[in-house]
Design a protein around this ligand. Structure first.
Ligand code: UD1
Length: 357
């Protein structure tokens, strides 16, 4: 029996593949590589010494996806695949509804048809909108501020309806706070296309000399130093949260929702200074206007995941900065490989399967 992982080549997906392989799970990845590279999965195989079955297909292609269910024994699905850029979602909302909602309906429909009723879904702290207080617990009121957030909220809602119509389902919804960091090997990490929207990849691009200065979006918030406060979580901790969530999903039925965060808030200036002290690289900054839709402070109450999943985030902000930098400095162009690096690498998995052959 295998775990099907959609979007397994992405930032969080690839780190989760490693932890699942290390735990002995057999995994099958489905990815269209629209915002990721197959190279990340080759490196997952290199790090773990294990192989992965990879299907290069788009989740909107339901016929091909059905073949994956037909020819494999799938026990559960972890659904990472989706679009995640807030600004783009405002400009191209239909694309977001099609990619984030329709694909999830297609997957759930196939899961129902093939009696695979165990699902872990990637949601986001974005579903809390602009929270009135912190720390944020799972019972806080929900609000979408943009089409991206609305897709996460809508999927969360219809997943609950799926369970109401069929109590055999076991669904775990994970609300991520701000994932940063990278695998300690420095071989895999976050590889955004174009100019990064998020803080840590922007900082590492400045550090590596590809961007000149970090623009800080406002220093007039009611926070410790006026800059925005977030709950940054190491992506390897987050990946382990998925392993814990999967274990529970496999053993139970129902819909369970968990925050995955550290419970600690750091300001933008604190992250910059943690990065500088972890790496010795100075980050030039420029204070600019607040970004529309940004909350002042956002951090998790992670107690529910600790109690029910027996999971806790362990890595410090220093680890997050050091690991982000190890990845970026060793891979200044992300997964765009230069030949002499690629050739000596042992590749364990070459099964790039197109299901209709
Ligand atoms: C953002 C998204 C959120 C999404 C998450 C995914 C917005 C408004 N929110 O969250 O919906 O789920 O990414 O990872 O886009 N900052 C700067 N300069 C920069 C970049 C960021 O000052 O160049 C600041 C921001 O104002 C914020 C903090 O850094 O205070 C973190 O920003 P970011 O990494 O973009 O994450 P979120 O805004 O929390």
């Amino acid at each position: 029996m295998a775990i099907l992982i959609t979007g397994g080549a992405g930032f969080i997906g690839s780190h989760t593949c490693i932890e699942l392989l290390n735990e002995g799970y057999e995994i099958i990845v489905v990815d269209n590589f629209s915002n990721s590279k197959p190279e990340s999965l080759k490196r997952v195989c290199e790090i773990t010494g294990k192989s992965i079955m990879i299907y290069y297909l788009d989740l909107l292609d339901s016929e091909s996806l059905e073949k994956v269910f037909l020819v494999n024994q799938i026990e559960a699905v972890i659904h990472f695949a989706g679009l995640k850029a807030v600004g783009e979602s405002v400009k191209e909302s239909l694309k977001y509804y099609k990619n984030n909602i329709t694909t999830t309906i297609i997957i759930c429909d196939l899961m129902q048809k093939y009696s695979v009723k165990k699902l872990v879904f990637s949601s986001s702290a974005t579903v809390y909108g602009l929270p009135d207080t912190v720390p944020i617990s799972e019972e806080f009121p929900l609000k979408a501020l943009n089409p991206y957030g609305r897709t996460k909220l809508m999927v969360e809602e219809f997943l609950q309806d799926i369970f109401i119509s069929d109590n055999e389902w076991s669904i775990t919804i994970l609300r991520y706070f701000n994932p940063i960091g990278a695998h300690e090997s420095g071989l895999i990490g976050e590889d955004p296309s174009g100019t990064p929207n998020n803080l840590m990849p922007y900082i590492t691009k400045v550090a590596v000399g590809q961007l000149k200065v970090l623009n800080i979006f406002g220093n007039g918030y009611s926070t410790k130093d006026g800059t925005g406060v977030r709950d940054y979580i190491h992506v390897v901790d987050l990946a382990n949260g998925h392993v814990a969530a999967l274990d529970k999903t496999l053993k139970s039925t129902g819909v369970n929702i968990y925050n995955l965060g550290t419970g600690i808030g750091y300001s933008v200036l604190e992250v910059v200074s943690a990065f500088e002290s972890a790496t010795g690289v100075k980050i030039p900054i420029n204070i600019t206007h607040p970004r529309p839709g940004d909350a002042a402070i956002c951090y998790a109450d992670p107690m529910k995941a600790e109690k029910e999943l027996n999971w806790i985030a362990k890595k410090s902000i220093h680890d997050m900065c050091a690991d982000s930098w190890r990845w970026q400095s060793r891979n200044p162009n992300g997964y765009k490989i230069n030949e002499e690096l690629e050739n000596p690498r042992l590749i364990q998995s070459e099964d790039f399967l197109i299901p209709n052959n």
